[in-house]
Design a protein around this ligand. Structure first.
Ligand code: NAG
Ligand code: NAG
Ligand code: NAG
Length: 884
């Protein structure tokens, strides 16, 4: 160990001498950067010393996350060191500072996300300021004049800012003027525009500019100044929110609010920097307006990386004094490409308010994306017009701003008005207010359906358009909701081929009163469904979620451009359509392949998460930070397939009793009330339909011959999980001892095994006690499943090892055999799932995914290094140095 410390020091000193920590600040050309999540009591400086790196400091607001820099290397030095450490630990049990590393990620620059500017139009459109058929309404003009006089608005383009007051299509605006007349103009509220910069020297913005909340993550400077020729987007968005009431251009919807600029879209960026950006000054920046995301090309399927997801969860838990930062996202401009905002991990996050667009006639503009995660819409370009706002330059105005890019900041500005009136509202209160006060429009188009709480929802127009007056009035008397609670289903295995046509496969999950009580869940807000579907053409798939109240969410829709062959891999869809339902009853997921062609697929598995309001605020807990392994464990008590021999230690349910209902799907229309009667059995042996009996109610999941102990199903799961664990442990130990004997290991196999288990625990680390809770009200069997999997690994290790046992006579045999077993298992669930998470973005060539792939390669490389041991590789020398 001393030698290692010494080497570390040596590396550090040469490194420090060569670079010097200041010049390290931003050169990805010569340096590598790592984010490490450390145990609370671990010392970052010791870790840095151990790794021969420089500790750059904590990672913004993310607790116990630190940034480290080192000289550039082709591989992931930290992963390798940790891997090495784990190998050595089996032989020597000393404490190593690396044991305090819970998570590490090598940073890489990836292309910035795309701005959601007005997309190319189907045909060339001219832009008359108003429609030639319609003139202004005399009464409306009179009111406009009165407002201008009363509020002393001298901004020259205000009369053209129809989104604020529309004298032509009367009523088609955000209905804000009477809010202003009450003195509600965004005072004491702060919006951060996360974008390509913000011209804080513009005469229209400088007085409201909030410097402390601003930063340029592309240039690493304080001022978020636009620098590139097309860095105009952020300034235009800022003007919509907070353009000052003066004699320049127009006004913002919250013209007395403060406005910050956070620049991230103008250069390649790392996940660490984006995570910092999303938490920047989050006690004071209250609302983050984000008019960007993965490409809207109708084939991308991409989500924020783990650090960014952690930052967003951190923001809703700790930002704004614990009330939660408010993220507002543009739904996306890919409607012409049949893109859908449920393929974007930002817009379908439960932590973001997704905003679509309507045009000045209240129509759906050709670009605005729909999805079940969309909460509200507001005005933007379309019907031959666009949004007029501030532009880059001292006195410049823009008249061509639009796309959903323009809708999101407008919504953000209106939420700033709400915060002036009620700064005490939580991030969830804001979502409630937005949907409760939204005004449905275009009821004759847009496929509106009635939700359980008497609201109308359209996937095109969401809950309707935001009405500033309505939301501010409602906010004044809003009773704050109780904390968040959640109920997670276990993974439900389906493993059925999806028949082509409208029928699809329906699988149900029953929620009973006990589960809701156990989960402390009173009523639902968001629902997420994480699923795996293998398909040779992803764009052919569509997915519906039908609630117990027969409200339908179109979680996914077909996409003509999406040729990806990866299907859905641990992808999470989200819906806000079930808001206010109790959750009690049967939830049905319907997967269809409506495009009849040579491309086919299988519905593998899914799980449902119901998020909502707690019954008992006292019992509410905070969700732990997401982990990369969160979706890794697909072992589950509910299965339509025979469990694999390797995991036989889990309670194996009788398929007849526990089989989820597989029945022909409801019609793919918006008619929520009438599931179509089972048709005749689909031809070519589609899955046995119409098995409508025996839904897996939670009290009957056990085979009848097993005792239920007269306790709740959850407790049963615990008991059987624990039994499974013990059996798995014994099997594993048995198999292990068997291998060990055959291998004539010199080390004590018992010690090895204990360390193995320890590693496993550590890998799960992060979530700890609270994490168990999250794994779910009903998913408690997970722990048993994981351990069973461990048994499976050992079993596989045995299988792999037995092939080449003759070659592995020395004491490294176990490691080599284990590694070989691991690689051989490439067909097994776990391996596939691991891959799937890493490749979730399909064929879009984003850097983040490249990074992931790199990691994967790196791991394989390390595994390879393991099995090379015998040939006196670097590893062998290393061990020599330890002087074993
Ligand atoms: C708009 O605001 C007015 C008050 O100015 C209010 O009476 C009305 O209900 C609001 N909403 C609509 C859709 O007009
Ligand atoms: C302004 O906001 C801060 C918190 O952001 C709050 O403490 C303060 O009371 C507010 N002031 C007014 C006048 O509302
Ligand atoms: C679906 O499952 C069948 C049978 O296991 C398999 O042959 C086929 O390759 C699977 N399809 C996909 C797209 O994975």
């Amino acid at each position: 160990m001393k030698l290692y410390a010494l080497l570390g020091l040596l590396g550090l000193s040469t490194f420090a001498a060569a670079g010097g920590s200041e010049s390290l600040s931003q050169s990805y050309d010569t340096n590598d950067y790592y984010v490490l999540h450390l145990e609370r009591d671990a010392s970052p400086d010791e870790v840095a010393l151990r790794l021969g790196m420089v500790h750059k400091g904590p990672l913004g607001e993310l607790q116990d996350h630190h940034m480290f820099a080192s000289r550039k290397e082709a591989h992931d030095v930290v992963k390798r060191e940790i891997h090495e450490r784990k190998r050595r630990k089996r032989q020597i049990g000393f404490r190593d500072v690396l044991d305090g590393v819970l998570f590490s990620q090598k940073q890489a620059l990836r292309q910035p996300w795309e701005k959601r500017i007005i997309p190319r139009r189907p045909q060339n459109m001219v832009n008359p300021p108003t429609d030639e058929q319609e003139g202004p309404d005399a009464q409306a003009v009179e009111k406009q004049t009165r407002v201008i006089d009363t509020l002393d608005i001298r901004d020259p383009i205000f009369p053209l800012q129809w989104h604020l007051f529309n004298p032509v299509q009367v009523g088609h605006d955000v209905n804000v003027t009477d809010v202003w007349l009450q003195g509600v103009t965004g005072k004491n509220a702060t919006v951060a525009i996360v974008d390509d910069g913000l011209d804080m020297y513009s005469n229209d913005l400088k007085d409201n500019f909030y410097a402390q909340g601003s930063y340029d993550f592309n240039e690493k400077t304080e001022e978020p100044k636009p620098r590139l020729a097309d860095d105009r987007h952020g300034t235009r968005c800022a003007g919509e929110v907070s353009a000052v009431r003066n004699n320049v251009c127009g006004v913002g919807v919250a013209y007395d609010s403060k406005i910050a600029g956070i620049r991230i879209l103008s250069k390649p960026i790392s996940d660490a920097d984006e995570a910092l950006a999303m938490n920047y000054d989050f006690q004071n920046n209250q609302i983050y307006s984000c008019s960007w995301g993965p490409p809207d090309d109708g084939k991308s399927m991409d989500a924020p990386g783990i650090l960014i997801r952690r930052a967003m969860l951190n923001a809703v838990q700790n930002g704004r004094g614990g009330l939660g930062s408010i993220y507002v996202f543009a739904s996306g401009n890919g409607a012409l490409n049949e893109d859908n905002c449920n393929f974007d991990g930002y817009t379908n996050s439960i932590y973001s308010i997704t905003v679509g667009a309507v045009d000045r006639k209240g129509k759906h503009p050709y670009y605005s994306e729909k999805c079940s995660a969309s909460l509200v819409v507001t005005y933007s370009s379309g019907s031959n017009d666009a949004i007029r706002t501030t532009d880059v330059g001292p006195n410049n105005c823009a008249d061509q701003h639009g796309g959903t890019s323009a809708a999101a900041p407008l919504a953000a500005g209106i939420f700033a008005l709400v915060l002036q009136v009620r700064p005490d509202l939580s991030w969830r209160d804001m979502q409630y207010l937005a949907l409760m006060t939204a005004v449905p429009i275009n009821l004759d188009s847009g496929d509106w359906q009635e939700t359980k709480i008497g609201k109308k929802y359209s996937h095109t127009f969401a809950y309707g358009k935001i009405d500033s007056y309505g939301i501010v009035e409602a906010a004044k008397t809003w009773k704050k909701v109780k904390p968040q609670a959640w109920l997670f289903s276990p993974w439900i295995h389906v493993n059925e081929a999806i028949p082509q046509g409208e029928t699809g496969i329906s699988v149900s999950f029953d929620v009973n009163p006990d589960m809701l009580k156990e989960a402390n869940l009173e009523r639902i807000e968001h629902v997420t469904v994480t699923m795996n579907v293998a398909h040779t053409r992803r764009g052919d798939l569509s997915v519906d979620l039908v609630s117990p109240n027969k409200v339908v969410s179109h979680l996914s829709a077909t996409r003509k451009n999406d040729e990806a062959t990866t299907g859905y891999e641990d992808w999470t869809f989200m819906s806000v359509v079930h808001w206010g339902e109790s959750g009690l009853g049967t939830w049905t997921v319907v997967v269809r392949d409506t495009v009849e062609n040579e491309h086919t697929g299988n519905f593998t598995d899914f799980h449902i998460k119901l998020w909502g309001e707690a019954r008992d605020a006292e019992k509410a807990t905070l969700l732990p930070m997401p982990n990369e392994d969160d979706d890794k464990d697909h072992a589950s008590i509910i299965s339509t397939t025979t469990t694999a021999a390797a995991t036989s230690a889990t309670v194996k349910p009788d398929p007849e009793v526990t089989k989820p209902v597989v029945e022909p799907g409801v019609t793919p229309t918006d008619q929520p009330t009438r599931p179509v009667k089972p048709t005749t059995t689909p031809a070519d042996g589609a899955p046995a339909a119409a098995e409508t009996s025996a839904a897996p109610t939670s009290s009957s999941w056990l085979p009848s011959f097993l005792p239920t102990f007269g306790v709740s199903s959850r407790t049963q799961i615990w008991i059987y999980g624990a039994l499974g664990l013990i059996v798995a442990f014994c099997c594993g130990l048995g198999v292990y001892l068997y291998i060990a004997r055959r291998r004539r290991l010199r080390n004590s196999p018992r010690d090895d095994y204990e360390f193995e288990l320890l590693d496993e625990e550590e890998a799960e680390g992060l979530t700890g006690g609270a994490g168990e809770k999250v794994r779910g009200a009903v998913g408690r069997g997970g722990a048993g499943g994981r351990k069973a999997k461990r048994g499976g690994e050992l079993y596989d290790a045995f299988a792999g090892g037995s092939d080449d046992e003759d070659e592995d006579e020395d004491d490294d045999g176990f490691a080599a055999g284990g590694a070989a077993g691991y690689t051989d298992r490439s067909g097994s669930d776990e391996r596939v799932n691991e891959k799937s998470r890493r490749r979730r973005s399909g064929d879009s060539a984003r850097g983040s995914r490249e990074e992931d792939d790199e990691e994967e390669e790196e791991e394989q490389h390390v595994i390879g290094a393991d099995s090379d041991d015998d040939e006196g590789s670097e590893d062998g020398q290393d061990r020599g140095l330890v002087g074993r």
